[in-house]
Design a protein around this ligand. Structure first.
Ligand SMILES: Nc1ncnc2c1ncn2[C@@H]1O[C@H](COP(=O)(O)OP(=O)(O)OP(=O)(O)O)[C@@H](O)[C@H]1O
Ligand SMILES: [Mg+2]
Length: 254
């Protein structure tokens, strides 16, 4: 589904752009249809940047991206628009993804209309179905974001993505802002959605338990590089890199 090879990204910031940060350094990975690649690593290692590069939300300096058999490395934003509904991102803070002035109903409709997917009647049907799928009811449609809990808001964001029938989702710390009690439920919704729609996930998380429970393979990122990638089971049993061992130890002793 997704094949990324040798991508890099350098940011220039600070006074006159003198500070150069090589956020992603020659990274390659692939994700099969309906599978999850977990991405772990410490803060600042380049996980979010890699996720955005893979979706072409920001341009790469080097490398190739092949999505569903099509090379999109050199696609313009206009060319990407056709594919955008299939390649989406779920952020950690659902509030920032929803317009505070819009009702939940309007927020759900917006991307669907933008991508011109179907008529109003079909949309209403789909909204009801997806809300139900994520464990919410249509009574929320007339409310605004501040009237919902964090868990409910993240479910709304998930429903909104599912309406687009995406093929690839980058999940960037999707549960880290949520109460522990609702984290597991949201993860369950994401897993069920993957099963139902056959979506591929790039799952970024600091929570190694979540990553282990969700991922087919796990990639470990360190200073802009993927330093090792193994099946979830093997990585926990036999980490190859010293850094991975430390990461696992720190988490287990936490
Ligand atoms: N727009 C930007 N401009 C300049 N530097 C940036 C930009 N975005 C990210 N960086 C830098 O690139 C590096 C990687 O950042 P990134 O956000 O990808 O890390 P991360 O692994 O997602 O971290 P976290 O776990 O804290 O979310 C960091 O050094 C960060 O400061
Ligand atoms: Mg990040």
């Amino acid at each position: 589904m997704l094949n990324v090879s040798n991508i890099s990204k350098e940011f220039k910031s600070g006074l006159f752009g003198r500070t150069h940060t090589l956020a992603v350094n020659n990274v390659s990975f692939s994700i099969k249809a309906g599978q999850t690649l977990g991405l772990v690593g410490m803060s600042g290692s380049g996980k979010s940047t890699l996720g955005r590069l893979a979706l072409k939300l920001i341009p790469c300096d080097t490398g190739r991206i092949i999505f569903n058999g099509i090379e999109i490395s050199h696609y313009t934003m206009k060319q990407m628009k056709k594919l955008r509904k299939e390649m989406q991102i779920l952020f950690q803070n659902p509030e920032s993804s929803l317009n505070p002035r819009m009702t939940i109903g309007k927020s759900l409709e917006e991307p669907y209309r933008f991508h011109d997917i179907g008529d109003k009647e079909y949309l209403d049907e789909q909204i009801e179905e997806q809300l139900q799928f994520v464990g919410l009811g249509t009574e929320l449609l007339n409310r605004r974001p501040y009237q919902l809990s964090g868990g409910q808001l993240q479910r709304v964001c998930i429903a909104r993505l599912l309406l687009l029938r995406p093929k690839l989702l980058v999940l960037d710390e999707p549960t880290s802002m949520l109460d522990v009690s609702v984290q597991a439920q949201v993860i369950e919704v994401l897993k069920n959605a993957q099963k139902k729609q056959g979506i591929s996930y790039l799952f970024i998380s600091h929570d190694l338990d979540v990553i282990k429970a969700c991922s087919d393979e796990i990639a470990v990122m360190y200073k802009g590089r993927i330093i090792e990638q193994q099946t979830a089971e093997d990585l926990y049993k036999q980490p190859k890199e010293e850094y991975t061992k430390q990461l696992l130890d720190t988490f287990l002793n936490f």
